[in-house]
Write a protein that binds this ligand. Structure first.
Ligand SMILES: [Zn+2]
Length: 303
C-alpha cells in the first residue's frame, strides 16, 4: 500500500475516527501548523497551552493511531492584528520553535494584509532564519495574487532562500509565479469549493510534480482529512504517472520539511507498534471499558 503525508492538517479539531480513517487510507505522517482556533484568544497563556498541545498531547494522540505527528509554530496572521497580545506571543515562539517535531515556522503571512500582519510576518521570518527552520506561508483568501507575490517579496527582503519556504493555498492564478521563483507550491484541497481534486489533477498535468505539494488543511470547518489520498486516487484515474503522485502526495513534503532536521522517513518506517495502553501524564485515548489496540510485530502489514 502506498504512503501519504498530509503536510497541513489541524488535527486538534478532528476526532479519533478521522485518525483511524487517515491511517487506513495510507497517511503515515502529518504536519499540524499552529493557527487560529475560530475563537480569538485573549491571553498569551492560551497560546502557550496551544503550542504545548501541538508538541505534546496531539503528538501522543496521533501515535496512538499509527501516525507520526509534526507541527509548525507561529503566530497566525489573523491574531497578529491584536498587537499587544501578538507582542507577548512573539516572546513565546523561540521557546517552542526549537522543540522536537517542529518542522517550520508557520503558518504565517497575510490575511487582510494589514500593517500589523506585515510587522509580525517580518519578525517571524527573521526568527525562522535565525533558527534555520523552513517557513510555511498562509496566503490570503482575499486579494490572493497580490498577497502571494508580497509574501515572497518580503521573504526575500529578509534573506530567506526560496527552497526554505513553502507557499500554501495556491491556485491557478498563483502557481506559476511561485514555481518560477523557486518556492514550494502547496495546494489545499477543500471539498465543494476553491481547489478541488479535479483542479489539482489539471495543475499537476500542466506543471508536473516538481515542488508541488498537496494537503487538506482540514480543521474545524467544512474540510476533508482524506483529501490527500482521495486526490491521489483521482490522479491515478486520470492517468497521472505513479511517480508524480508519489512526489506531490508524499516525497515533496518530506524533502521540504526535512530541511528542519526534525523529520525523517525512518520516523514512520521504524515506528514502534501501536500501543494504546500507553498514557501521557496519566491520560489515555481510551474511555471506560474500551479494549486497547496493541500491535504485534506482524500487524504492521498496512504499509
Ligand atoms: Zn491551516
Amino acid at each position: 500500500m502506498e504512503m501519504f503525508i498530509d503536510p497541513h492538517i489541524h488535527v486538534t479539531s478532528r476526532t479519533t475516527d478521522d485518525y483511524e480513517a487517515m491511517r487506513k487510507a495510507g497517511i503515515v505522517a502529518i504536519i499540524e501548523p499552529a493557527f487560529w482556533l475560530g475563537q480569538p484568544r485573549t491571553e498569551a497563556a492560551s497560546f502557550k497551552d496551544y503550542f504545548s498541545s501541538l508538541v505534546g498531547w496531539e503528538r501522543f494522540r496521533a501515535k496512538q493511531f499509527g501516525i507520526v505527528h509534526y507541527c509548525t509554530i507561529g503566530l497566525n496572521s489573523k491574531e497578529a492584528n491584536n498587537e499587544p497580545l501578538a507582542e507577548q506571543v512573539m516572546e513565546l515562539l523561540p521557546l517552542y520553535a526549537g522543540k522536537q517535531g517542529v518542522v517550520a515556522i508557520g503558518e504565517i503571512g497575510y490575511d487582510d494584509q494589514t500593517a500589523a500582519e506585515d510587522k509580525f510576518y517580518r519578525l517571524q521570518l527573521d526568527l525562522a532564519k535565525e533558527m534555520d527552520l523552513p517557513v510555511m506561508i498562509h496566503t490570503p483568501h482575499r486579494d490572493k495574487k497580490k498577497g502571494t507575490t508580497k509574501s515572497m517579496d518580503v521573504s526575500e527582503e529578509h534573506g530567506l532562500a526560496p527552497n526554505m519556504v513553502i507557499v500554501d493555498h495556491n491556485n491557478e492564478e498563483t502557481v506559476k509565479e511561485v514555481l518560477d521563483r523557486g518556492y514550494w507550491a502547496a495546494f489545499t484541497i477543500y471539498p465543494h469549493t476553491k481547489m478541488g481534486s479535479e483542479r489539482m489533477v489539471e495543475i499537476v498535468k500542466q506543471y508536473g510534480p516538481e515542488r508541488i505539494i498537496v494537503d487538506s488543511a482540514a480543521d474545524w470547518g467544512i474540510s476533508d482529512p482524506l483529501a490527500v489520498p482521495k486526490t491521489a486516487a483521482l490522479m491515478r484515474k486520470m492517468g497521472i504517472p505513479e511517480e508524480h503522485i508519489r512526489m506531490t502526495c508524499y516525497q515533496n513534503a518530506l524533502t521540504a520539511y526535512s530541511q528542519s532536521g526534525q523529520m525523517d522517513e525512518l520516523d514512520w518506517l521504524n515506528a514502534e507498534p501501536i500501543d494504546q495502553t500507553k498514557k501521557m501524564s496519566g491520560n489515555s485515548v481510551l474511555r471506560g471499558g474500551q479494549v486497547p489496540r496493541v500491535e504485534g510485530p506482524s500487524d504492521r502489514v498496512e504499509n
